[in-house]
Design a protein around this ligand. Structure first.
Ligand code: FMN
Length: 408
């Protein structure tokens, strides 16, 4: 068997998750905040079309990035929100678009906490902070205690409209990642202190989500291998958190790293070659029996197949490659696979690469990706202009005199 046959076969092998769900191959469209919500937390036709493209492109699962459990702390004004103001008919159509031909589509349940989009959020995290580029309040104990129910309610909503599972976002510096991180989390109650305390909120959320959605729906958790930040979550603590998660009914641990903390490196802007976090995944194998996924840096079929074949991971997450080539899984499962060509960016500003990829995925949604030719500067401007317009829509949609009904 030559390498090409072997690579295609390895990646085409189905994966049985502990909950009984079978993923049809080893390639996942990783979570990306697509910024294609309507500004009021609801799906758009564009977004439905985007997921139709990715699903017909052969991904075993497409994960919708940053679907908020609380409209008061979104990552961006183009996020979806699972709550009482949602449009269930559109959500159902989005779930249907991602569920053809044995594929799955899962919302990534998010809450941006201290890194929420400032113009439309109350910035609050595990502890009050006032440092360069970041000021936030501390969440009261009663607010922290209400979070497992908020996540469970959002997960139940997702199941009710047809999604086969959820990913709980505990990476990249957003709320649950803030709780894991000693840099953000200085609490002296049971949600702070050692890694056992800092993991408690995540574990409580997983437990309540599982109890609410039942044993046969998939639950993934995205977690950092480290924050790559002085004083942030270390690899040893991340391994300890993964060991604790092993006791919960989790189906897939999605390993990532980096954060959107001001000035810190993010995975989506990173430019080093070769897959990231594989050495960490090998260490994680020793502390968990839960299936592992690594997201970050995969650019070729050989890299993806080697990662699975070596036993380091069970399944591979692909973000930017799926934006360059939405049909990539189908292509890689054929013998004559062609790997996508990555654009070279000279001295991109922080966040610039992520903005460029977000505008390119908008072109996929519009069916104009063949003609996409925005420069980095043009993409950043288009991205920021669209967000600025959506801020006003968001404010109007969620303005209310009564307390928000979707979070206790
Ligand atoms: C446009 C864009 C948006 C992203 N949004 C999210 C997100 O909402 N949630 C998340 O966990 N990761 C997000 N990421 C990070 C990716 O999931 C992934 O971890 C990172 O891009 C590295 O993988 P890659 O090398 O395959 O791109 C985003 C990445 C990009 C490029």
């Amino acid at each position: 068997m030559d390498d090409r046959t072997g690579d295609a076969e390895v990646l085409a092998t189905p994966l049985l998750l502990p909950c009984g769900v079978v993923l049809k191959n080893r390639l996942v469209k990783a979570a990306m905040s697509d910024s294609l919500g309507d500004g009021a937390g609801r799906p758009t036709e564009q977004q439905i079309e985007l997921y139709r493209r990715w699903t017909s492109g052969g991904a075993a699962v497409s994960i919708i990035g940053e679907v908020q459990v609380d409209h008061r702390a979104p990552e961006k004004p183009g996020n979806l929100v699972l709550g009482p103001r949602a449009d269930d008919e559109l959500l159902r159509r989005l779930a249907d678009a991602g569920s053809t031909d044995g594929a799955h589509i899962w919302p990534q349940l998010g809450h941006a906490g201290a890194l929420a989009h400032r113009p439309i959020s109350r910035l609050a995290g595990p502890s009050a902070l006032d440092i360069d580029g970041l000021q936030c309040d501390e969440l009261a104990l009663s607010e922290v205690e209400a979070l497992p129910t908020a996540y469970a309610r959002a997960a139940a909503h997702a199941r009710a409209v047809g999604f086969g599972g959820v990913e709980i976002h505990a990476g990249h510096g957003f709320l649950l990642s803030q709780f894991l991180s000693p840099l953000f989390n200085h609490r002296s109650d049971r949600y702070g202190g050692s890694i056992d305390g800092r993991s408690r909120l995540l574990l409580d959320i997983v437990c309540e989500v599982r109890a609410t959605i039942g044993p046969d729906a998939a639950i993934a958790v995205k977690i950092n291998s480290s924050d790559q930040l002085d004083g942030g979550l270390s690899e040893d603590d991340a391994l300890a958190a993964i060991g604790l998660l092993d006791r919960e009914a989790v189906d897939l641990i999605d390993i990532s790293g980096g954060t959107y903390f001001p000035g810190a490196p993010s995975s989506s802007d990173r430019r080093t070659s070769g897959p990231y976090f594989l050495d960490f995944a090998r260490r994680a194998r020793a502390v968990t029996d839960t299936p592992l996924m690594v997201t970050g840096g995969f650019k070729t079929r050989a890299e993806a197949a080697d990662a699975v074949r070596s036993g380091a991971v069970d399944i591979v997450g692909l973000a930017r490659t799926m934006v360059l080539e939405p049909e990539l899984p189908s292509t890689w499962l054929r013998l004559d696979a062609v790997d996508p060509r990555f654009p070279g960016f000279e001295s991109p500003p922080p966040g610039g690469i992520t903005a460029w990829f977000t505008m390119r995925l908008t072109a996929i949604a519009d069916g104009t990706d063949g003609a996409f030719d925005l420069t980095l500067d043009q993409a950043i401007e288009a991205y920021e202009t669209r967000d600025a317009e959506r801020i006003e829509v968001w404010k109007r949609a969620f303005e209310t005199r009564s307390p928000p009904p979707d979070v206790a």
